[in-house]
Write a protein that binds this ligand. Structure first.
Ligand code: CAO
Length: 441
């Protein structure tokens, strides 16, 4: 090999390419769910994520929904893998000095405090930018600029304010929140994309910038098909909604559509064998037009292939309820997995309703590293969700979440270069220890 034979990173032998975000250092000032989701993903991609926590207390989720006495909760451990934890009291003078030192050597500061909290600490954008012009400062807030910009926001508030709740649930019933954490985790994902984009732009400009992901905006982005339907509604009824087939008039806003499919191929959730006792014995069934003939054969209605009431998608639209009732007569004779096997043979799009128990036990998710078992010194083994995004040159190795302040001294000495003597002084200053520990010392 000559000096000119440069191997592009993507062709480097396995193990030499490192991780996608190797060399990126994150000052992780996040808590609860939205921000930690973002920084955990960046850590999975290889960034060195240093989580700042209040001495003695830490991220409030460490103690929330606790299932093992004295151990960090699953709420915390499943959102803070692959990170290091340092305790710093930002309201202590020495603590702020350490924080500023971290600002100078980190690439990204990520935070999701209530509006104004970071400014009150003294870490305004102007100050951070002055300390480190390359710093990217990324925030999750409940709302962007506007009437609600000062509000504190949790997951379900965002689901309601972003259009998800008003479009979820059954017609005639109240708005519903969904189990998927689209407000918190969804916004964390949006923020992560903003951060890597800002890092990419910094390669050209040398300058950092601010990144804001508002939870209302993130939820609305995930609900864009409902804003699509809002505009279609001004031109006529939404014919793919089962409400249309039932002759129920539409109102002024996108209605709740139950389990109707959000796209052009009608679908519904149907009972399967065992539904009387198993709450998850259901299947999602899509009457995709190209496989209509196969559907008719499978359910035993071959004459529907040519019957003018059923042969075309438009003819079927006003009869969807009746059609799905008939298909359900067939699905209730099969378990959801038997139905899947049969329907997949004909490429009929369908999906079993999988319980969390089934997902936790699913072999293929373990094999791909999407569900990972991790060992923790205080709680023992637990399951977590690994990196759902697979990079062929950046394998993800999931490490347990850190104990509170587990890496404080390591970061002070190895990352920030404090001497033993200085660390001893820091310890008595109250910057890294909880008040009761300081008194005891
Ligand atoms: N040392 C000292 N003080 C610290 C600290 C540290 N290491 N870390 C945090 N604090 C302080 C902050 O300075 C702030 O103090 P002040 O209010 O006196 O300035 C305080 O702790 C907590 O900040 P907070 O207001 O963000 O916390 P909260 O529990 O009252 O609110 C939440 C939580 C989530 C509603 C709010 O942070 C928020 O709206 N965040 C933005 C939206 C968001 O991310 N929501 C998703 C949350 S997940 O469901």
């Amino acid at each position: 090999m000559t000096g000119n034979d440069i191997v592009p990173p993507s062709q480097a032998p396995w193990g030499q390419a490192g991780k996608a975000l190797d060399g990126v250092r994150i000052l992780d000032f996040t808590h609860v769910q939205s921000g930690p989701t973002c920084t955990q993903l960046l850590a999975y991609m290889g960034a060195d994520v240093i989580k700042i926590e209040r001495p003695g207390v830490g991220d409030i989720t460490r103690g929330q929904l606790r299932d093992v006495p004295g151990a960090d909760s699953l709420y915390f451990t499943m959102l803070n893998a692959n990170k290091r934890s340092i305790t710093i009291d930002s309201k202590n003078r020495k603590g702020m000095e350490i924080l500023e030192r971290l600002v100078k050597i980190c690439d990204v500061l990520v935070e999701n405090f209530a509006p104004g909290a970071l400014d009150r600490m003294g870490l305004t954008w102007e100050h951070v930018h002055e300390l480190n012009p390359r710093m990217i400062m990324a925030s999750v807030k409940g709302f962007g600029p506007g009437p609600y910009e000062d509000c504190k926001v949790y997951e379900n508030v965002a689901q309601c304010a972003g259009g998800s709740a008003s479009t979820t649930g059954f017609l005639g019933g109240p708005p519903l929140v969904t189990g998927a954490q689209i407000g918190d985790t969804g916004t964390g994902l949006h923020l992560a994309l903003g951060i890597v984009s800002a890092l990419y732009q910094r390669n050209r400009t040398g300058r950092g910038q601010r990144v804001l992901a508002a939870m209302q905006d993130g939820v609305l982005n995930l609900c864009r098909v409902k804003l699509r339907d809002q505009q279609r509604l001004t031109r006529g009824p939404l014919t793919e909604f089962s409400q249309y087939g039932q002759g129920i008039p539409f109102g002024v806003a996108t209605p709740r559509a139950g389990n109707d499919s959000g796209g052009g191929q009608p679908g519904w959730i149907l009972k399967c064998k065992g539904w009387e006792t198993d709450p998850d014995a259901y299947i999602y069934f899509i009457t995709q037009a190209p496989v209509w003939n196969e559907i008719c054969d499978v359910i035993g209605e071959p004459e529907w292939k040519t019957h003018p009431d059923y042969a075309t998608p438009n003819a079927r639209l006003p009869r969807l309820k009746q059609i799905f009732d008939r298909i359900e007569q067939w699905t209730t004779t099969k378990t959801k997995f038997e139905a899947m096997d049969i329907l997949n043979k004909y490429d009929i799009p369908c999906g079993p309703i999988l319980s969390m128990k089934e997902l936790a036990e699913e072999r293929s998710l373990r094999d791909t590293g999407t569900v990972v078992e991790v060992d923790h010194p205080k709680r023992g083994k637990y399951l977590t969700v690994g990196n759902p995004i697979k990079l062929s040159d950046s394998p993800c190795d999931v490490q347990r979440s850190p104990l509170l302040g587990e890496h404080t001294e390591e970061i002070l000495s190895q990352v920030l270069g404090y001497s033993e003597k200085e660390i001893a002084e820091i310890r008595t200053s109250g910057a890294i220890t909880a008040p009761e520990k300081r008194t005891a010392a």
